[in-house]
Design a protein around this ligand. Structure first.
Ligand SMILES: Cc1ncc(COP(=O)(O)O)c(C=O)c1O
Length: 437
């Protein structure tokens, strides 16, 4: 294997126990299709599509060639007061699959930047309407909205916030949607819609007119795949409409076919005002995120400014980077012309059957799933959250990559997987879990 790193010390790795990892590194040196090759030459199935970002599989030549050609043709264009055709083309492609009337796209470089951008868009929108009382944001327990200051403030994960005690003020968290009585429910639970009434309680307590927006992941992904109960998202929409609150769907994981249709908004039949996205936008080949908004939001912010003035004081040096746009266009073309979402959707039943079959294992205390994503909880070891990372390591050496958050594992295969690939993944999972049973 071509393993050239001679020191692991200098790279401070993200969300990783650095000392432990460097004693027993797991390096991926090659990737192709749904398989990774580690530095010892072992083959590992990619059971979480990287970090939910590689639905079309690794090593797609169409995307690599597009990025290569773009870098040779025009490698960088300053994004403020200048443009290049790729960003307009990609924005149009994203708008074409977003629900109406979501037709305006602001580009960022990650999901975290998309969340912080969405927060600012909400503030800009209410400000443009002269509605300056709306300073409060609503989010949810067990939410993950990335790691920038806005996203950390919204998130409902204690470890991500406890050392960053000074976060954004005026954020309140609704209850999460996991209920013990719904363990092993496939898809959406019948009951639990009333959890959405937490938003109504905040309106009653603080005044709906003080709330700018409500941020939710349609399916909470990183904290273990928490599927909304039936009627829950619809109820949030109703309360938002009645109180002038913007509804923001964080579709960073659910976007681009993970639940079957292009976005969760369509899967659940609820249209938000704003959608954040990243990850599968470029099939993970270039860092890129986006915030898509309804026409009315774009028009209100843009029309509120005098002629010739910048309407929204926000943007990044790498907003709509030409190479990222080239990767995005090639990816979206692949999804559309290659029927990738349909290919993924055809795999859903088989995938869900395979994951839910783990229900018979004592060590598995819950399974939840929707579309091509599913989460399972492990019976905690001596300390909650300690077993998951151990199992994750063991799985890797046994030939399967799965994302874990504490004791929750999250399986989300690439859409190009076959039924046999899914069976192989779940087989490795079962064999590995047996080592801990
Ligand atoms: C729902 C959600 N929002 C935001 C983010 C942050 O995205 P990024 O890691 O690209 O900043 C993630 C990442 O997993 C996510 O799952």
């Amino acid at each position: 294997m071509d393993f050239t790193a001679n020191s692991l010390e200098e790279h401070w790795m993200p969300f990783t126990p650095n000392r432990e990892f460097k004693e027993e590194p797991r390096l991926v040196e090659k990737s192709s299709g749904i398989r990774l090759v580690d530095h010892r030459g072992g083959t590992v199935l990619d059971g979480s599509s990287g970090l939910f970002c590689v639905p079309a599989g690794h090593g797609r030549r169409e995307i690599a060639d597009a990025v290569h050609a773009q870098l040779l043709k025009n490698d960088y264009t300053a994004p403020f007061n200048l443009g290049h055709s790729g960003s307009f083309q990609l924005a149009r492609m994203v708008s074409a699959i977003a629900p109406e009337p979501i037709n305006h796209v602001f580009f960022t470089n990650s999901g975290s930047e998309s969340i912080d951008t969405a927060l600012k868009i909400c503030m800009a929108y209410h400000g443009a309407r002269g509605d300056h009382r709306r300073q409060r944001f609503v989010s949810r327990e067990r939410a993950y909205h990335g790691v920038n200051m806005g996203g950390v403030s919204l998130s409902g994960m204690v470890k991500n916030r406890d050392i960053f005690s000074v976060c954004m003020p005026y954020i309140v968290n609704m209850r999460h949607t996991w209920r013990p009585e719904d363990r092993f429910t496939r898809g959406q639970a019948e009951n639990g819609e009333d959890l959405a009434n937490d938003l109504q309680r905040f309106c009653d307590t603080y005044g709906g007119y003080t709330i700018a927006a409500c941020f939710v992941e349609p399916v909470a992904g990183s904290t273990g795949v928490l599927v909304p109960p039936k009627g829950y998202l619809e109820r949030l929409r109703e309360i938002c409409d009645a109180n002038g609150i913007l509804l923001v769907f964080d579709e960073v994981i659910t976007g681009f076919g993970r639940l079957g249709p292009p976005f969760a908004a369509e899967a659940f039949g609820v249209t938000p005002d704003i959608m954040t996205m990243a990850k599968a936008l470029t099939n993970g080949c270039q860092p890129m995120g986006a915030v898509a908004v309804k026409d009315e939001i774009y028009d209100t912010v843009v029309d509120a400014s005098p002629d010739g003035a910048i309407e929204f004081f926000h943007g990044y040096t790498y907003s709509a980077h030409p190479a990222a746009c080239a990767a995005g266009i090639a990816t979206q073309t692949l999804y559309r012309d290659g029927g990738l979402f349909e290919q993924g959707a055809a795999l859903i039943d088989h995938f869900q059957d395979a994951v839910y079959a783990l229900e018979d294992m004592d060590i598995v205390t819950d399974v939840r799933g929707y579309g091509l994503i599913a989460g399972f909880d492990l019976k905690p070891g001596a300390k909650p959250g300690a077993l998951g990372p151990q199992v994750q390591k063991r799985l890797f050496w046994n030939g399967l990559h799965v994302k874990f958050t504490g004791d929750a594992g999250i399986v989300a295969p690439p859409f190009i997987s076959t039924e046999d690939d899914i069976d192989e993944m779940i087989d490795i999972l079962r064999r590995t879990l047996l080592e801990y049973s």
